[in-house]
Design a protein around this ligand. Sequence first.
Ligand code: FMN
Length: 342
Amino acid sequence: MTWLSDLEGAARTALPAPVFEYLAQGARDSVSTLESTWGWSERRFLPHVLRDVTDVDLSVPMLGSPARVPWGIAPTTQQRAVHPDGELAMAQATAAAGSVLVVSSNAGTTFADIASTGVRWWLQAYLPADRALAEPMLARAVDAGAEAVVLTVDTPVVATKYAAGDQVVWDVVDPELLRVNFDPGYEDAPGAEKALDLGPHDIVWLAEQTGLPVVAKGVLRPDDARRCVQAGAAAVWVSNHGGRQLDRAASTASCLPAVVTAVEGAAQVYVDGGIRSGLDVLAALALGADAVFLGRLPLYALVEGVGGVARMHGDLLDEAVEAFRLAGCRLVADARGVVREP
Ligand SMILES: Cc1cc2nc3c(=O)[nH]c(=O)nc-3n(C[C@H](O)[C@H](O)[C@H](O)COP(=O)(O)O)c2cc1C
């Protein structure tokens, strides 16, 4: 057991039960959540040998600007329920690692405060039935320096999840720690419910509203990936929401190669879901992802505040560098194809 591989167990011990359950749970029977990490570990590598791996460089372009590591932090809510410093700690450690932070629109810290850490950050947005209600929040993000908007496309409704105990996270967490970047009373406004009629035109609308590149998060199918790119998406993010939306959705590891083929380099392709180790990172890059995103791993690390998230970035880098050396890869581009389908 390493510190990294024991993070989930440590979080289970440290956090109030309803908070830990909220982080770990999947929708319905959690089939997709449970399968996600296995999706990476069932792939088998075909390493190169007799290659100089003295200087491993894991930097990648992400939407045009370089990131020092080929992973970013996926958007997650309730970070201030995990640690009082919440998004600020996540931002500080992620800035120091030279990575990218995607901030949930439901975050409990203002965009301006997050931006003040100097982190490179993108906004994640759900769109409401009445799109105009999202405009003030989008404007705040643009003003605070968001570099992109990530539109989550897999959540027309929030999937059912079952509670193990009497209390759920909403019973134990201060509602003030959520959605601080919306106008007061947003939730009660008519039309604030999630849009059931989301379409490619919303990618166009978001780009026009914000002037920022748009990333479509939650794509599993090659035909949908093509529709996103045709609508102008700068990147397609292969995700099943960590198994928290449609249970029994296919693993992202199994969906990634067909999406990469469909996009044909016209946009970047990112992936998340069950990435917990340097070997998982290598597997995802080998299957064609331009970069990966981490959801629960940094949330569990956040239990130890900024130091925990910093250690997560550092330990993951150590693991990834070792995996790259053993696979005979010096650069992220070298990793493409060092894997075979199961
Ligand atoms: C506690 C929690 C909250 C999340 N909140 C959001 C959110 O607000 N917006 C969003 O697009 N995805 C959200 N996600 C999904 C993540 O962005 C990501 O897709 C998923 O966690 C990746 O899988 P992993 O946790 O196995 O790494 C959330 C995930 C978790 C675990």
